[in-house]
Structure formats: C-alpha cells, structure tokens
Design a protein around this ligand. Sequence first.
Ligand code: BES
Ligand code: ZN
Length: 464
Amino acid sequence: MTTTTVPSDLDQWLRAHHDEALHELFEFLRIPSVSARTEHRADCRAAAQWLADKLSASGFSTTLEETPGHPIVLAEWRGAGKEAPTLLVYGHYDVQPAEPLELWTSPAFEPEVRDGRIYARGSVDDKGQLYLHVKALQAHLAVRGTLPVNVIVLAEGEEEVGSVNLEEFLEKNRERLACNGVVISDSTMFAPGTPSILSSLRGLAYVQIDVRGSTSDLHSGMYGGAVVNPAMALARILSTLHDDNGRVAIDGFYDRVLEWPAAVRTQMQSLPFNEEHFREEVGAPALGGERGYTVLEQLWTRPTCEVNGLLSGYTGEGAKTVLPAVSMAKVSFRLVPDQDPKVVEQLVAAHVARVAPPGVTVTVTALHGGRPWRSELGGPLHDAGVAALHAAFGTPPVITGEGGSIPVVGDFERILGAPVLLMGFGLPGENAHAPDEWISEENYRQGMRAAATLLDCYASASAT
Ligand code: BES
Ligand code: ZN
C-alpha cells in the first residue's frame, strides 16, 4: 500500500463542503437524543431518522430497524460487487444526559464554536465522530459516483445505556451484516496532532447495591443505637471492596486477568505521559489507585471498582435527626481481558452477601455489562487505518489503550468474525459525559479526510 496522501479529489470536495459538514453536524447535535430518558424517546427516533435521511440522500439504501428500545439505523451500499470487501462503519447517535445543565457555558443542545472547539452534548461522543464518516462516504459518492469497497453503516441509539439490544440484532442479522472489517470512531487521540489507534478497551460490570433496614425512616434518637443503620451498613460493605494497596478485595476477581503482551507494554511506556499534568488536569490533590502501576497502566490494563453514586437518608439543608430505612449504591467494575462481566457480577454478589452486617437486607442487582477487548493489531484493516491516519495527519498513529468501554466491539468480532479498527478523533479533556463536551473542529476536519482515505487504503490493502 503506497497511499501516503489524502486523495486530492476527495480532499477538494471535503474542503469545499466543510461549512456544510459543520452546519449538518449542528443540526444533528440540536436533537437531544438522550437514550437513558424516556422523555427523550421521540428525540432518539428523530436523530435516527435525521441520520437515515442523510445516508439515503447520499446513495445508501437505508432502514430504521426497530428494537425493544431505540431504533438502529442501517444503511447499505453494495455497488463494489461481491468480490470487493465489505466495511462496516459503527457509531452511536444517542448521547448521555446533559445534566447538570447549569454548568454548561452554552446550552448543551445549542452547538457553538469557541476557540476551535465545537461545544455540545454528543459533539465528540459520538455524533461528530460518526458523522465525519458519513461525510467521507458522501465525498466518495459525490466525486467518483462510487465507493472502492462495499459499506454498511450501523448506528445504534443505545450505546450509552449498554447496547442492550445490539447483540441480539447482530445475532439475528449475521448474514446481512457479514463484513470483512468494522471501523469505529468513538474514542480519543493520545494528544493533539497525534493520531491514534486503540488497541484495547476495558469491559464493565455495573451493579446496584440496595440495603434495607426498618420499614420506614425512624427518629434517630428514639431508635438509633438499637436499630441497624442502612447507611452505615452500606459504608461498611463498600469499605471492604478494596485493600490498602488499592486492589479489589473480592475473592477470584483477578483470576482471569491476563498479562499484557510485552510489545504493547513497550509501546505504552514509550508514550510521553506526564502524571503530574494528568493530576493537574483532573484537579485532584493527589492520585491514587492500585499500587505498583503507572497511571497509563492503571487506566488501560488494570481492572477497577468504583462507586458511581450513593443515596441514603436526609441530604437537604440543615440537620434532620433521622435513621434512614434504606441506602443504595451504584457500583461499577471496569474489566480487562479475560474477565467476564457475568462471572464478576456473581463474585460481587457473593462478596456482598458474605460481608453484609446482620440487621439489614442487602440485594445486589446487575444493571449492565460488557466484555473487555484487546486487538491483534494486524491485517489489511489495521494497515489501512495506519496509512489513512498517516496521510491525514502527516504523522503515523501511535497505539494506545483505553479505560472506557464500547461493549459491542467484542461482539462484532465474536458474532461477525470481523476485526475492528478503532480510530478516534476526540482529545484529552474533551469532557465526554460532562458539561461543556467538545470536539476539536480541526479533528472533525482531519477525521473526515482520514475516513475518506481509509476506504481507498482498505481497498488496496485487501487486494494485495
Ligand atoms: N465513547 C465512549 C467510550 C470511550 C471513551 C471509548 C473514550 C474510548 C475513549 C462510550 O460512548 C462510552 O462512554 N461508553 C460507556 C459504556 C457503558 C455505558 C456500557 C462507558 O465507557 O462508560
Ligand atoms: Zn461513545
């Protein structure tokens, strides 16, 4: 494969249509497609329909596929013929809730460009990164009237709530979705100007722990001392989840954790990463976590246990003397290969049952999970990704890991038997899932160029 520059016909089209690409992304971002909230159900459908219309107008045959939750947008272009490879582009049109709204500098669903950044909920996660592929496909079809490979676009509306219906959809549509590779842009680059290919994702096991004591809240003076306090019981349970070295203290938790390949660790260690800058960026007084690992190793290669939310008793203004009847914690575990979310859920439930103090009823409910993933880093799709990113950014990509999860990545490999290329265009500090989420306008532009070039590179890498 020799492509080292972005093909000039595509580059010109993308340059001429940059304002349109921005304008359209803004339209997409204005639709508050928050998958977690039932009041946004219609908005999720509207976002799916908006995207489907754009793909149809570009020349794809497009359908909205119904699921028990939000619809899946499925678009197909098979004009390259049976001999040519098929590339599946995956992304998600749903977004995280925008709250707390008051912390946004400009409203979450009124996109605004400031200092070269496009601010809006979903700008980087994942509407911007999904739509840059759509513009890249449009560029090919507009300029050349064809694509060099067959393409399927699959955009789901439930990624942010655990892709609950996607696995079944992939199973049921195995033949229709048959492809040679999957490309996903839903991740970050290591640094500005440093294109990156992600080699691993953590998995997830997410549980809710509910503790119940008395049948209703009680006077803390009349009853406190004799009746077990569910808030204190929960605190005791949570305090058993880690040991003093920051390791997860659940029996069997590390049994299936694999060593990282030496080559990948060497790559990781060669990345310029300043832990003090990282600390300053998050604004914490000190860093913590599992002892004996660098920050990048902690984030990319080690499993964790985190409390995501806690609820109990009186939390309003002033003091109220009350003994709460219930307490609740949302607890998530980030997993690494080869941990299995179902097994981890069982280990957690057994641990909690063992350490729960008497006098309260404790239940553990599994909310959702996803398998961890690690890539083989080779083959035509990976090579095409390297070449396309090199062409677009003028420098070859680095290989990174990731602490977040995209549960469906493992499913694509397992169910469709296709390798996955993760080339993301977010940046550190992009505020995904937080107020003031942004994507760099420059990366949106470079992402379109890389995505357009990828198709040519993939066609030629597959042919050799
Ligand atoms: N795009 C993110 C995951 C991500 C973030 C990958 C940064 C790579 C770099 C994705 O939308 C996300 O947030 N996933 C959830 C998954 C969960 C809801 C099952 C996550 O990681 O919390
Ligand atoms: Zn995402």
